[in-house]
Design a protein around this ligand. Structure first.
Ligand SMILES: Cc1ncc(C[n+]2csc(CCOP(=O)(O)OP(=O)(O)O)c2C)c(N)n1
Ligand SMILES: [Mg+2]
Length: 275
């Protein structure tokens, strides 16, 4: 079955707005910037079965920037892992959908993440395990650009290259913003492509990581490196808050901010092109 990925992106964005608007606060900026990557992975590239979420040999997605949990939940709900109504329980008592990803609570989540740097190490470990098992899976992971300042990222990067984990495809959400300001002013990570290449990775630089076709092409290209003996980093140049003008305009202020139900409803009209 093939999906209209642009429409899928709109659906995911709207559901992110609905669940964060219902809660009243959330990591809206870093959720909206990763939508295209999630749509391409869950609706085209990954070997998964929502009816059998623990399927042996399935591909994995580990969201190392675990604060983007609501974006992953919106994607999983749209893909049929659970009822969309559950999205309204986001981060409330007894929910299966905490603000950060938790593999013990949420159907379809394959790793608990949120402590920046750690999810990426886990992804490297899962990729190594998959190689040892020879189960043929591809392991995908997403890190933030602020998260890339963590030393643990570079230890894992070195290890993945040393172990020739060409079954590992990582993304950097290069939205240029973190909590306290721009990545460039806090602790610049540029030149990023050169750093990953120097660590022994294939690198694909995507000019617009919020253009779903560019992301699709990048993943297709990355899959060609499946026998290259190297892991692949796809750098997505994205816009934090992408898709909703007032959230985009906040810059780093959109990291974790209040969103009212009225604002969410207006944002949904904007995303659907109804304004
Ligand atoms: C080890 C650790 N330190 C601090 C935090 C708090 N924190 C959550 S998100 C964030 C900023 C991350 O910035 P970035 O990776 O650029 O995320 P994005 O822009 O994609 O939202 C911080 C400091 C954390 N979750 N884990
Ligand atoms: Mg960032």
């Amino acid at each position: 079955m093939s999906y209209d990925l642009k429409e899928v992106c709109k659906d995911i964005r709207c559901d992110i707005m609905t669940c964060i608007g219902h809660l009243g606060v959330g990591h809206i900026g870093g959720c909206l910037s990763v939508v295209e990557a999630l749509a391409v992975l869950y609706f085209k590239e990954m070997n998964i079965d929502p009816a059998n979420p623990k399927m042996e040999g399935r591909d994995r997605f580990i969201c190392s920037k675990g604060h983007a949990g609501p974006a992953v939940y919106a994607t999983l709900a749209n893909r049929g892992y659970f009822d969309k109504k559950e999205l309204l329980t986001l981060n409330q008592g007894g929910t299966n959908l905490p603000s950060h990803c938790d593999m013990n609570r949420t159907t379809g989540i394959d790793m608990t993440t949120g402590s920046l740097g750690q999810g990426f190490s886990c992804a490297v470990g899962v990729a190594l395990g998959s190689k040892l098992e020879k189960d043929g899976a591809t392991i995908y992971t997403m890190i933030g650009d602020g998260e890339s300042q963590e030393g643990q990222i570079w230890e894992a990067a070195m290890f993945a290259a040393a172990k020739k984990l060409d079954n590992l495809i990582a993304f950097t959400d290069y939205n240029k913003q973190q909590i306290d300001g721009t990545v460039a002013e806090v602790n610049d990570i540029a030149p990023l492509a050169e750093k990953w290449a120097a660590f022994g990775w294939n690198v694909i630089d995507v000019e617009d990581g919020n253009d779903v076709e560019q992301v699709e092409q990048a993943v297709e290209h990355a899959k060609l490196g499946r026998d290259s003996g190297k892991p692949t980093m796809i750098i997505l140049n994205t816009l934090k808050g992408c898709g909703v003008k007032w959230i985009e305009d906040m810059g780093s202020g959109n990291h974790n901010c209040p969103v009212s139900e009225e604002q969410a409803e207006a944002a949904i009209r904007e995303i659907r092109g109804e304004d």
